[in-house]
Design a protein. Structure first.
Length: 301
């Protein structure tokens, strides 16, 4: 029997979404298989944590669990389960009758399914519960697409295909990959919530990508032809002599791919980076160079 998800995450039943998220992240970081390689106990604990998080972050499932309509595994409880247990306790040892006789006498039902002379069935076929999984990917993976293998809370290993241009918080639905159905009903779905990690140099603005590109002082002063790393691969770009830090250059079609095939653009902002130990000869050159006009003279408040 699955354990209480609230106890597994160490939270109260009044916990909000942030409380659940913080508790899950702390425990997942502690028991993740990558951190505890070879530990079967840690692997099982991680499965419990993931299952508890999947149930409590699904508002519908959480409500159903709190009201007793589903168990801790997210499976709907079978109707008459309580009555059958009570009846079995009273009559199971008397007269040698089995549960099929009991249900037949009480409800006119056969344990195999259909009620005699009536179209009702003992357990109505119901779809299984959906399972949620939060998948963190890099920004380049979101832009260009990727394939990932994940292990769900129910133990299933799934291959996830992330389409190019996928946005943050996108939910990918895998039909039939959730919990098993009830009474012959179809299985639920797996819902993969995509979370995109922030990148140090790259940002996304719709279908446009913005890249802060570090360049040397020499490249800025003298100009250069350099290779620019992009999610599409390295692209050659020309820097004109005397380029200032903050100057933006456009690489057409190197942004986010779209369904129509018209890719967005990549805007490259030059960022001059000085060496940690500034050479003395460079300092001498700077002292001898003519001072430019005050670059801050146009600023007014």
């Amino acid at each position: 029997m699955a354990k209480d998800p609230y106890k597994i995450l160490g939270i109260k039943k009044s916990a909000n979404d942030d409380d659940i998220r913080k508790a899950y992240r702390a425990l997942a970081k502690k028991y993740h298989p990558d951190v505890n390689q070879g530990s079967k106990a840690a692997s099982e604990k991680f499965k419990e944590i993931s299952a508890a998080n999947a149930l409590l972050t699904d508002k519908t499932l959480r409500s159903q669990y709190d009201s007793g309509r589903v168990d801790a595994s997210g499976n709907q409880k079978t109707p008459f389960a309580g009555q059958a247990q009570a009846a079995g306790g009273q009559f199971g040892g008397a007269g040698g009758g089995d549960m099929s006789d009991l249900f037949s006498s009480l409800f006119g039902m056969q344990m195999g399914g259909q009620r005699s002379g009536h179209p009702f069935t003992r357990t109505r076929a119901q779809k299984g519960a959906d399972i949620r999984y939060q998948l963190e990917i890099t920004l380049p993976e979101a832009v260009m697409g990727a394939s990932k293998h994940v292990r769900m809370a129910n133990g299933k290993s799934l291959k996830i295909t992330i389409p190019s241009g996928t946005e943050d918080e996108t939910i990918l639905r895998l039909r039939g990959k959730g919990s098993a159905g009830i009474g012959g009903g179809p299985a639920g779905d797996a819902k993969i919530i995509i979370k995109t990690k922030a990148h140090k140099y790259l940002r996304r603005d719709g279908k446009t990508l913005r890249l802060d590109l570090p360049i040397t002082l020499q490249e800025a002063v003298l100009g250069a032809k350099i290779g620019v790393p992009t999610p599409h691969g390295k692209v050659n770009m020309k820097i004109t002599p005397g380029s200032s830090s903050g100057k933006t250059l456009r690489l057409k079609g190197k942004g986010v791919p779209t369904k129509t095939g018209a890719n967005g653009d990549l805007l490259v902002r030059l960022m001059i980076v000085l060496p940690d130990n500034l050479p003395k000869d460079l300092q001498k050159v700077m002292k001898k160079a003519a001072s430019p006009n005050d670059p801050r003279s146009a600023i007014e408040f």
